[in-house]
Design a protein around this ligand. Sequence first.
Ligand code: NAD
Length: 500
Amino acid sequence: RFGTAAAAEEPISPSVQVGETQLLINGKFVDAASGKTFPTLDPRTGEVIARVSEGDAEDVDRAVVAARKAFDEGPWPKMTAYERSRILLRFADLIEKHNDEIAALETWDNGKPYEQAAHIEVPMLARLMRYYAGWTDKIHGLIVPADGPHHVQVLHEPIGVVGQIIPWNFPLLMYGWKVGPALACGNTIVLKTAEQTPLSALYVSKLLHEAGLPEGVLNIISGFGPTAGAALAGHMDVDKIAFTGSTDTGKVILELSARSNLKAVTLELGGKSPFIVMDDADIDQAVELAHFALFFNQGQCCCAGSRTFVHERVYDEFVEKSKARALKRVVGDPFRKGVEQGPQIDDEQFKKILRYIKSGVDSGATLVTGGDKLGDKGYYIQPTIFSDVQDDMKIAQEEIFGPVQSIFKFNDLNEVIKRANASQYGLAAGVFTNNLDTANTLTRALRAGTIWVNCFDIFDAAIPFGGYKMSGIGREKGIDSLKNYLQVKAVVTALKNPAW
Ligand code: NAD
């Protein structure tokens, strides 16, 4: 129990075990070639949960060899689409069967509330797998009515060996967004997890093999970015790389592709998403949603509504009510019932967020509530709100990735459109209004990959997600995600008898 937060209820005690800690290569859990390991820490205390094998270039190479063999020799790409679908469906059943253990592991390694992991994220992973299981036998090509005496087919083929690099904020969901479409399309995979959160991907990948995935189709490398991650992005025998993380690292990934074999690249990067509250909105609802849009997952969301723009007519009321809501936010041990906010992921992020808070104060924003760490152990931060934030402040421009809400004042629709779009990012936007015309104007004018109107963070498996501008390249989830994992082959055959 911390600071001003209300008391959390009794602890939940799910059974939780570490599970696998080695690399997964060619269907087997193995040590790193170097024999090295690294610790993964509990964000509640900073204590070591387990030591995990540390993959490096040599292990990435072993994994790519296994994935190449599984792609070239099968059985995966040559299996019937129906059989691939059934493996993904069995995997979804196993995820559901082990829901509580998986959720507990995710909370232990990441610090997110157990109730969120158990009721939202693990069920969403199962849902994603069923969604992609449904696609396997619906991916097919076209016959094209080209000019001339030719029979023209367009084939959609798996792209080959796919490299995937994921972040620590949603370890399981990022795994699902990447592995689901790649497998549905018949590719083989080498996936590198984030060094902060290696455990849940190893756990569920074991279940995927129990569900019948052939060896070599999915290889998991735990390890660090500049070593294992860079080796994967720069590998000459990887056909495609999909990355989620910071914009700076996204640029490195593009460079590594360019300097190696020009592998196809998709990127899901940072954001500084506007959340716009018009004066006709239901203010209580808007306050609650803006709070959720920013504070969900400890503020560690790429699409967090981190620029709350509020119409001047309702501004003072909005700030007061947002303060009251933040003071009620229950921060504490994520294994306790009723806790809404756990610790930040690690010491580095914790210190970075505190530096941003100091920068907000120094640049003259009004600190409405919070502004400090919470407790003496682990990486807890008070729910923090700044008002009177100006567009040129650092906290208005850079991704804080923590529980820090910045509230801006506006008085005109055209003005807020310009200011909302004046960002290097374009991942998402929230629009809160009861006026249809205002909603339509905003949704057309805002340059972002997702616009949520009178809602936020709706993540159905069928809805595409991705960024404009420096928030990324390509889309994940939905039909569009399949395009990332397919090659297109045109087959043009001369017709001897064009009459038919
Ligand atoms: P990051 O981009 O450094 O890490 C993301 C992944 O990339 C990890 O798996 C990491 O090991 C890997 N990586 C790092 N350097 C690499 C390299 N040179 N080559 C290949 N792979 C590499 O992100 P971070 O350091 O964990 O977090 C820093 C900031 O990134 C956060 O403060 C936040 O702003 C942002 N972030 C965004 C998202 C998102 O979903 N958009 C997720 C996590 C972090």
